[in-house]
Structure formats: structure tokens, C-alpha cells
Ligand binder design. Structure first.
Ligand SMILES: [Zn+2]
Length: 133
């Protein structure tokens, strides 16, 4: 009987830990989403970052590290300029969602530079920095 109770308790504790973990991740997701909405960017740029973030959430589900990496990738993509492409955080290969990486793998040139004013990227850097930290 006693053994039975302990076993049950272990199971319950395990379940609680799982739930706490889930809440933590959801909170983090909400925090990131709020931060993204809080910078003074054009609506279009915000929409782009939102869709990157949404995709990051969908593709990585609750893998926080991968979500942060994807957020990082999106900043670097937009901070890239013609002569200095920064795609180290983008997934490599011809299945990548990053057109630049895809081009590298396929020898194509479908990627179009985003040409965001560097000052804007610098302005939002602290926000992104806090997201991927
Ligand atoms: Zn890229």
C-alpha cells in the first residue's frame, strides 16, 4: 500500500514538473512576442519578424534554444548588407527556409538583400539581444 502511494506520488510530481516546464516556455514565448511588438519599426518589418518568430515556434515547438537561434538568425538576415551576408545562424542546405543558404546549396541566386537601414537594426538589437540571451 505504502509503495503504491509513493509510486503514485512520483508520477504526480513528474507531471507537475512537466507542467511547470510548459508554463515557463509559454511565458517566454509571450515575452518574446511582446518585445517584438514594442520596437519602433515599420509595420512591414514587424510583420516579417513576427512571421519568422511564428515559424520558429512552429518548427521548434518547445525547444527554447532553437527558437532563440531562429530569432537570432532573423536579426542577422535583416542586418546583412550586400557585401556582408550574415547567415551563420540560418539552417544550411537546400531545404533551408533561408533563401541565401538555399542559394549556397543550389548555386542559385533567389535571395534578395533586405536593405534595412543599419541604424534601425542597431536600434532593435537590444530587444533581440534580450530575446536570444
Ligand atoms: Zn540566412
Amino acid at each position: 500500500m505504502r509503495w503504491h502511494c509513493e509510486k503514485w506520488n512520483l508520477k504526480e510530481n513528474g507531471r507537475t514538473a512537466e507542467k511547470e516546464e510548459e508554463t515557463k516556455e509559454r511565458k517566454e514565448a509571450v515575452r518574446i512576442e511582446r518585445q517584438l511588438g514594442h520596437n519602433r519599426l515599420t509595420d512591414n518589418l514587424i510583420d516579417n519578424f513576427r512571421s519568422y518568430y511564428k515559424k520558429a515556434l512552429q518548427e521548434n515547438e518547445s525547444d527554447l534554444q532553437n527558437i532563440q537561434k531562429a530569432v537570432k538568425a532573423s536579426w542577422y538576415i535583416y542586418a546583412s548588407i550586400e557585401d556582408n551576408q550574415m547567415h551563420d545562424y540560418c539552417p544550411k542546405g537546400n531545404n533551408s527556409w533561408c533563401k541565401w543558404q538555399k542559394d549556397q546549396a543550389n548555386g542559385t541566386s533567389s535571395f534578395k538583400p533586405k536593405n534595412v537601414v543599419p541604424a534601425v537594426m542597431q536600434e532593435i538589437l537590444p530587444t533581440f539581444d534580450s530575446l536570444w540571451a
